[in-house]
Design a protein around this ligand. Structure first.
Ligand code: SF4
Length: 309
């Protein structure tokens, strides 16, 4: 048995039978495992869904993603349709109800932070602002660009096996575009860009979040597997997150965060994937107590960790 470090305790579960084991991993699954292998077990092996898992954060992001995807696929940028969908969803799920606000306030208090509610009208203003700026902003950032693919599906073989079977990486890339833009010396450069839209608070992301492998690793995996499949060179592909910041201030919503992905970066994410596969093959699920603060399983019947402050 592996020895647990000071922040971890070990729990060994029986390894799932071969037929039950998935043959792929997505980045969000890998991120959960990096946060806490035991949380990964609860979420992906035991499939434990907690009550009250509805979240306006998730729905807001999904509605904006769908609106942008339809536009990239040649449709109009349907900002009115996006507003309509937001209004329907808020009404259906009660995201401005006192019960919902109370639940989020209590959850936040339990994790020692303060929840500040932004209502439907606020979110409509944020969405209108971000989407309204998007076409012109894309032209400014990427020059003469065209969409190669929106929601590009990846299902690519990794270097690993799980229980002796080929193990794959699965993902959906928000956007792959081909950009033609003049550099500072006027030379036109053609480059692919792998883009991922992220809704974010008005202030954007902290430096700590930007530098975290659990953030940038997503684009590193996308670039690795897309470049391999399409036989493109790494130097011909850029990667960026596009933050859709929740602000009603005109011209302030969109921010591009480039992620530099070369061979060394890819080596780092490969090591993480390798550790994940080894842990899956071993059937060991460590508890990472440094991740408990924002974990929904904390203090439930599924995981009795308490928060130390
Ligand atoms: S509460 Fe902590 S130990 Fe338990 S699953 Fe969540 S992160 Fe892991």
């Amino acid at each position: 048995m592996k020895k647990a470090n000071s922040n971890q305790s070990a729990e060994i579960e029986g390894t799932a039978s071969k037929s039950e084991v998935k043959r792929h991993v997505s980045f969000s699954e890998l991120r959960t495992w990096i946060e806490c292998p035991y949380k990964h077990k609860l979420t992906y092996d035991d499939k434990i869904k907690l009550d009250d898992s509805e979240s306006h954060y998730l729905d807001y992001g999904t509605i904006l993603h769908n609106t942008i995807e339809a536009w990239l696929n040649g449709g109009e940028l349907d900002i009115d349709g996006c507003e309509e969908k937001l209004r329907e969803t808020w009404k259906e799920k009660g995201f401005d109800s006192s019960e919902y606000i109370q639940r989020l306030t209590e959850d936040a208090e339990a994790s020692h932070w303060k929840y500040k509610h932004s209502d439907l009208e606020g979110h409509v203003a944020f969405a209108r602002n971000a989407l309204g700026d998007l076409p012109e902003w894309m032209d400014e950032q990427f020059g003469d660009w065209k969409c190669v693919s929106a929601e590009e599906f990846l299902y690519e073989p990794t270097e690993h096996t799980l229980n002796d079977d080929q193990f794959n990486f699965k993902g959906f890339v928000d956007a792959i575009i081909l950009s033609r833009k003049a550099d500072s010396r006027g030379k036109v450069k053609e480059r692919y860009w792998i883009l991922d839209w992220k809704t974010a608070k008005a202030g954007g992301w902290s430096i700590q979040k930007q530098q975290d492998l659990k953030t940038w690793g997503q684009l590193a995996f996308y670039k690795k597997y897309w470049s391999l499949r399409e036989n493109k060179q790494l130097k011909d592909i850029g990667c960026a997150f596009v933050l859709l910041r929740k602000t009603p201030k005109a011209g302030r919503a969109l921010r591009r965060l480039d992620v530099s992905v070369g061979p060394k970066t890819i080596e780092k994410v490969d090591k993480k994937l390798s550790s994940f596969v080894s842990a899956r093959n071993s059937g060991i699920h460590l508890k990472n107590r440094t991740s408990c603060r924002f974990c929904d399983y904390r203090g439930t019947e599924h995981c009795d960790q308490v928060l130390f402050v």
